[in-house]
Design a protein around this ligand. Structure first.
Ligand code: NAD
Ligand code: UDP
Length: 313
């Protein structure tokens, strides 16, 4: 049987490169498309020169015509530091990028999966968050370029489905961590690990009582692949429901790397969500998926990767 041709936008990033590893190991053909804003060729370097793999430097805000069977649409900076660097570009990436990829899917009859986010729930007033919750998002805040960008991206997917019968899949990804997060990415787990390995104090924003629920990357990619193969269009939450305060996360990482470090409290960024935890009943039912890697187990693997990456013994 002819193998499927997969287009992975944002393929040189954190999640995209792990997805590509799994697709390549399955023997499928992969086109990795990226503009290298937050991603790096190094993340996919082991596949360069493999006959099933091609790299395309391209910005999804511009149209592109390719013959593909499946589009995994991940291109978009995900860390608040990165997406707030050029917020207008972030909004364009979500809107125009998704519009272009839906247009491509429609033209060539490809199935398309959108990597949406728990950020569509904003600062949620319902806890934990089911897919039916419509969210509490500030339309004019510093996070809006990303949150509202992903919301319109979801809207476009469902309008393409209604208008053109485009075969869409939408997942809402909750905070995910693991090897290949960029050391300067700015997200909390990479920040804490890098600081602790360098012997610096850990900076907790606010009083650290805000919560997040952290999913290890391997679990996340399994859920994403399950969604692509499913009959459900989504949106479906993919995340690990185990919820931690940011202060307790800092304490866990400190204890695992260097218990003598200080924890310093800094101002909370604007619109920082107070709590976040996925309800994953739909993923369990429709995808037969649930995460299996506990936080400490995932942190051991992640810390070990950062030690090698930063060359710290
Ligand atoms: P990442 O920043 O590591 O990867 C994003 C990739 O997209 C990078 O390689 C970047 O260079 C590329 N990119 C950005 N703008 C582009 C553009 N205009 N054209 C082409 N390529 C572009 O982030 P990630 O954590 O791998 O996230 C991947 C996707 O998953 C994103 O869409 C993000 O919104 C979504 N997501 C991630 C998380 C998480 O916790 N990691 C949570 C929710 C949603
Ligand atoms: N955070 C922190 N210290 C850091 C980086 C982040 O205390 O060095 C906090 C941040 O304010 C937020 C939480 O950790 O409350 C998760 O931040 P992240 O940027 O990883 O993800 P998001 O806010 O997008 O869920």
């Amino acid at each position: 049987m002819k193998s499927k041709i997969n287009l992975v936008t944002g393929g040189a990033g954190f999640l995209g490169s792990h997805l590509i590893d799994k697709l390549m190991i399955k023997g499928e053909d992969v086109l990795c498309l990226d503009n290298y804003f937050t991603g790096s060729k190094k993340n996919v370097s082991k596949w360069i020169n493999h006959p099933n793999f091609e790299l395309i430097r391209h910005d999804v805000t511009e149209p592109i015509l390719l013959e593909v069977d499946r589009i995994w649409h991940l291109a978009c900076p995900a860390s608040p530091v990165a997406y707030q660097f050029n917020p207008v570009k972030t909004a364009k990436t979500s809107f125009l990028g998704t519009y272009n990829m839906l247009g491509l899917a429609n033209r060539v009859g490809a199935r398309i999966l959108l990597a949406s986010t728990s950020e569509v729930y904003g600062d949620p007033q319902v806890h934990p968050q089911p897919e039916s919750y419509r969210g509490c998002v500030n339309t004019i805040g510093e996070r809006s370029c990303y949150d509202e960008g992903k919301r319109i991206a979801e809207t476009l997917c469902f309008d393409y489905k209604r208008m053109h019968k485009t075969d869409i899949k939408v997942i809402r990804i909750f905070n995910t961590y693991g090897p290949r997060m960029h050391p300067q990415d700015g997200r909390v787990i990479s920040n804490f690990i890098v600081k602790a390995l360098l012997g610096s104090p850990l900076n907790v924003y606010g009083d650290g009582s805000q919560t997040r629920s952290f999913c290890y990357v391997d679990d996340l990619i399994d859920g994403m692949m399950g969604m692509m193969d499913s009959n459900h269009p989504g949106p479906i939450n993919i995340g690990n429901p185990n919820e931690f305060t940011i202060k307790s996360l800092a304490e866990i990482i400190r204890e695992m790397i260097n218990p003598s470090l200080d924890i310093i409290f800094k101002p909370l960024p604007n619109d920082d969500p107070i709590q976040r935890q996925p309800l994953i009943e739909l993923a369990k039912k429709e995808l037969k998926w649930e995460p299996s890697i506990e936080l400490r187990e995932g942190l051991i693997k992640t810390i070990s990767w950062f030690r090698d990456e930063l060359n710290i013994k």
